[in-house]
Write a protein that binds this ligand. Structure first.
Ligand SMILES: Cc1ncc(COP(=O)(O)O)c(C=O)c1O
Length: 400
């Protein structure tokens, strides 16, 4: 009988029998690891990625977190953790590319991913081409003989376009390219990346996996052992490693992931449906809504929606948007998301685009807010947003 992911979240990455019956894997702090003999040292050195070898290569806590994510992601049985989500993105990309390569990156990617491509990869002689995230199998026309990888993020950061990952995978694989996916929004619970053909899947565990806004952590899973070994080698060469405390917080967060996401989803549906009816709101960017341009693909490929979405407001000066966000009681202003608490962010400044599909559901002229719905009582959150929209309208009237 196949185990359900909700159960894997509870069972993976711990072994009470091997640990005095204690339920949770302890936190192992380590740099030095000692060996009982010269022969044991030689054997460990010959296989530096197997077992406990040196702190930077991982400790039992690191391995437990990595194994838990790998088990949930249903790809290869091991994963590579890094010091942040962005470090997972850069480590995975650097594993694959070399000078002279061309890479295809979704136009809707997380801003720092874009900066890494534009600044660091450009300096290394790698050309990035941004493609329309709604391109689907049209990606085939952009693949060149030197295209090494196709990078996806679905839904996209700030604008939430859902990508047709199976169509992109089919076209990329036919041309010998690997597909990388930043799956942070959906988590392994709501989008099964490797089952949809993705070769390398990246999670900014900082968000929902940790879930409590108290650690920076990234993790990379792969579809096969060769992918894992290649990424592990790069991570070790870059000196990339996640601290044991962060990995332990990642493991702790995962135990409640299914319960938290169910609540995030439920409250977000309530608020998104209500926001759609408000006169100040021009539209919502949330693929779980039936009228969202991404709904069909979301329904086909995902098993749930999380608590992050966009709100497109009607045209307004900056002062009206400031009036809305400045007086919030529960929605704090801040970067990041995926914790237990609600957040709000004016998003326009972060949206960078080479392609703007008319179907995308937003325009760069309208104010866009990014909202993360936390675990507070949804009626309190709705009251807070209603008061914010009232401040927005009042500011518009005052400026006439
Ligand atoms: C979609 C997405 N990917 C990656 C990251 C990077 O994660 P971290 O902040 O852990 O580096 C973020 C952070 O906001 C993100 O939103």
């Amino acid at each position: 009988m196949a185990e359900r992911p909700e159960t894997t979240l509870i069972t993976a990455g711990r072994d009470p029998e091997a640990n005095h019956g204690i339920v949770n894997t302890p936190i192992y702090h380590a740099s030095t690891v000692t060996f009982p003999s010269a022969q044991a040292l030689r054997e460990a050195t010959a296989k530096p990625f197997d077992g406990v070898y040196y702190g930077r290569h991982g400790t039992p806590t690191t391995f437990a977190f990595e194994e838990a994510v790998a088990a949930l992601d249903s790809g290869y049985s091991r994963a590579v953790s890094t010091s942040s989500g962005l470090a997972s993105i850069t480590t995975a990309m650097l594993t694959l590319v070399e000078s002279g390569d061309h890479i295809l990156v979704a136009d809707s990617v997380y801003g720092p991913t874009r900066s890494f491509c534009d600044e660091t990869l450009t300096r290394l002689g790698i050309t990035t081409e941004y493609y329309d995230p709604l391109i689907a199998d049209g990606i085939a026309d952009l693949i060149r003989p030197n295209t090494r990888l196709v990078f996806c993020e679905s839904p996209g950061s700030l604008t939430f376009e859902v990508q047709d990952i199976p169509a992109i995978v089919a076209a990329a694989h036919a041309a010998g390219c690997q597909v990388l996916l930043d799956n942070t929004w959906a988590t392994p619970l709501f989008f099964r990346a490797h089952e949809h053909g993705v070769d390398i899947c990246i999670h900014a565990a900082t968000k929902y996996l940790v879930g409590h806004a108290d650690a920076m952590l990234g993790v990379i899973t792969t579809s096969d052992e060769a992918g894992f070994l290649a990424i592990k080698r790069t991570a070790v060469r870059l000196g990339q490693c996640a601290g044991p405390d962060a990995c332990w917080l990642g493991l702790r967060g995962m135990r409640s992931l299914a319960a938290r996401l169910a609540r995030h989803q439920e409250s977000t549906m309530v608020l998104a449906s209500w926001l759609q009816q408000q006169p100040s709101v021009e539209g919502l960017l949330y693929p779980a809504l039936e009228n969202d341009q991404g709904y069909r693909l979301w329904q086909r490929d995902f098993s749930g929606a999380t608590g992050l979405f966009g709100v497109v407001l009607k045209t307004a000066p900056q002062a009206a948007v400031d009036a809305l966000v400045d007086g919030m009681q529960y929605f704090a202003l801040g970067y990041s998301w995926g914790g237990y608490e609600s957040l709000i962010l004016p998003a326009n400044g972060g949206i960078q685009r080479n392609h703007l599909d008319p179907e995308a559901g937003f325009s760069l002229e309208r104010p866009v807010l990014r909202i993360h719905v936390g675990l507070e009582a949804v009626s309190d959150l709705q009251d807070d947003l209603a008061a914010g929209l009232a401040r927005f309208e009042k500011s518009l009237v005052n400026q006439r």
